[in-house]
Write a protein that binds this ligand. Structure first.
Ligand code: NAD
Length: 485
């Protein structure tokens, strides 16, 4: 029945290849890629072997990037321009393999273009410092200078499914801006978008040894990717379990780990309930609720909780969902049927434990309706663990202390949103929440692509992403000193 819907505006079947050693390499063994909405197989990608991993590192290391700042900026600017020209094709591909709605995938392309734009600007900016040395009685007539250098080995980038192109862009663009070499292993659920983006960058002038893309089964190639002697840094975005596994295997090499979240939207009793509910539903349903910084818990002052819930329910009922290619739908599917079943089971468990279902909770394959529950308690799996889908669990508090304790009461520490106008309380939340970001009157996911981004506790080690911070972690800072005067 789903095939009778609107015309599905995308290409025919894609039998893809690795981007390895400057060539497109096919392999006999392949992995299927599915359209989560129709369940149809839409492409295949090769299963790279451990030997392929080794070959990619050798090829990358045989090349020493020498692009000037101007040349790096030009590649990134051209990539941004090409992407804007091909917005529809890029967004179609994301929607095809991820089930994200066209609204969400178009938005993602705008973000990717921003990443390239910021990386181009940052490539032109030299953040070198200089220090006088005659600052103390035993000083000398010298100056100390700093300069940033690319990493001596390869950067391995491993990305999740939830933003098929933007996650990749956040790893690759800062690497290009700093003259590094990357081997990318995209999510096996959405590899087609990553390959498409790599081709766009080659077309924009990126030398092949600076970016290779290996698709495959992580059980087979992950260890070779993480622990190969030619790897200097592993940058990973994904779930906590795999992030901690990478940390345990990486040994004496740098890791940047951007892991899961369980972000609250905290609504105080002075808040405009409708404005807060607006943020709540956007934070909960955009990208099908599959953002590390999606609103995963709504913590609301008990005195306004019923009014807030009513608004959230109205807005949830108006949030259209279904065929992701139908422009009338704001939300498409989640990544696959298995994920949708997990949300369904967790919501059932919460209802059995005393939560009240207010809207949604219907599943059809990988489609899961935007769902609202209240009377949710912190011990329910739905909010104790990260629920990576379009669910709005409403919990209540009676004091600011309790709101802060609830917010801090999970192993995660990624981001947060606060709805209040009280300056004294804003300062308390900024100081006392154990998170990487506090957004006042915004969703936890609010950021620009340039600014520092990342979590603490189980959400990350505190090393940030965002174009500027990623460029710092992708470089070694060298000092040199000269006689002066
Ligand atoms: P995932 O952890 O299942 O997979 C991420 C990547 O790791 C994939 O490319 C996968 O192939 C690879 N992988 C699997 N096993 C591996 C292993 N043993 N060693 C190395 N790599 C391995 O995550 P997902 O389901 O694709 O994405 C959802 C998760 O990502 C959520 O937990 C979400 O919160 C998190 N996320 C975090 C951020 C952030 O910036 N903090 C952003 C987006 C998503």
């Amino acid at each position: 029945a789903v095939l009778d819907g609107p015309v599905r505006n995308h290409d025919a079947f894609r039998a893809e290849a690795l981007r390895l050693c400057g060539e497109r390499a096919t392999r006999e063994r392949t992995l299927d890629v599915f359209d989560p909405y129709t369940g149809l197989r839409v492409g295949t990608v090769p299963l790279a072997s451990v030997d392929d991993v080794g070959a990619a590192f050798e090829y990358a290391c045989a090349y020493r990037p020498t692009l000037t700042r101007f040349e790096r900026a030009q590649i990134l600017e051209r990539a941004a321009a090409l992407l804007r020209e091909r917005l529809e094709a890029a967004s179609d591909l994301i929607t095809l393999e991820s089930g994200l709605s066209k609204e969400d995938s178009r938005y993602e392309i705008g973000r990717v273009a921003d990443v390239f734009k910021f990386a181009a600007i940052e490539a032109l900016r030299d953040d070198a410092q200089s220090f006088s040395c005659d600052l103390t009685p035993h000083g000398k007539q010298r100056r100390v200078f700093t300069q940033r250098e690319p990493l001596p080995g390869v950067i391995v980038a491993i990305t999740p499914f939830n933003h098929p192109m933007n996650q990749v862009a956040h790893k690759i663009a800062p690497a290009i801006a700093t003259n590094n070499r990357v081997v990318l292993k995209p999510s096996e659920k959405v590899p087609l978008s990553a390959l498409w983006l790599a081709d766009l960058l080659y077309e924009a002038g990126l030398p092949a040894p600076m970016l290779q893309v290996l698709t495959g089964d992580p059980r087979e190639i992950a260890d070779a990717l993480i622990a190969h002697p030619l790897v200097t840094l592993v940058t990973f975005t994904g779930g906590v379990a795999i992030g901690k596994y990478i940390a345990s295997r990486a040994g004496y090499r740098r890791t940047v780990l951007e892991l899961g979240g369980n972000d609250p939207l905290i609504v105080l009793d002075d808040a405009d309930v409708e404005r807060a509910a607006q943020l709540a539903v956007q934070g909960s349903y955009r990208n099908s609720g599959q953002r590390c910084t999606a609103v995963k818990r709504m913590l609301v002052d008990r005195r306004i909780a019923d009014a807030f819930a009513e608004c959230v329910v109205d807005m949830t009922r108006a949030w259209t969902y279904g065929d992701p290619f139908d422009a009338a739908n704001r939300m498409g599917t989640v990544i696959d049927e298995q994920a949708a079943c997990t949300f369904e089971a967790r919501v059932n468990e919460a209802i059995a434990g005393g939560a009240r279902l207010l809207a949604g909770h219907r599943r059809d394959g990988a489609l899961y309706a935007p769902t609202v529950l209240d009377r949710v308690t912190p011990s329910m799996t739905l909010v104790r663990e990260e629920t990576f889908g379009p669910v709005s669990p409403i919990m209540t508090f009676d004091s600011i202390d309790e709101a802060i304790a609830l917010s801090n009461g999970t192993p995660f520490g990624l981001s947060s949103g606060i709805c209040t106008n009280r300056q004294d309380l804003i300062a308390r939340f900024v100081n006392e929440l154990h998170v990487g970001t506090v957004n006042v009157w915004e969703v936890p996911g609010y950021r620009i692509e340039l600014t520092p981004f990342g979590g603490i506790k189980d959400s990350g080690l505190g090393y940030k992403e965002g174009v500027q911070e990623a460029m710092k972690s992708f470089t070694n800072l060298k000092t040199f000193s000269l006689p002066w005067g």
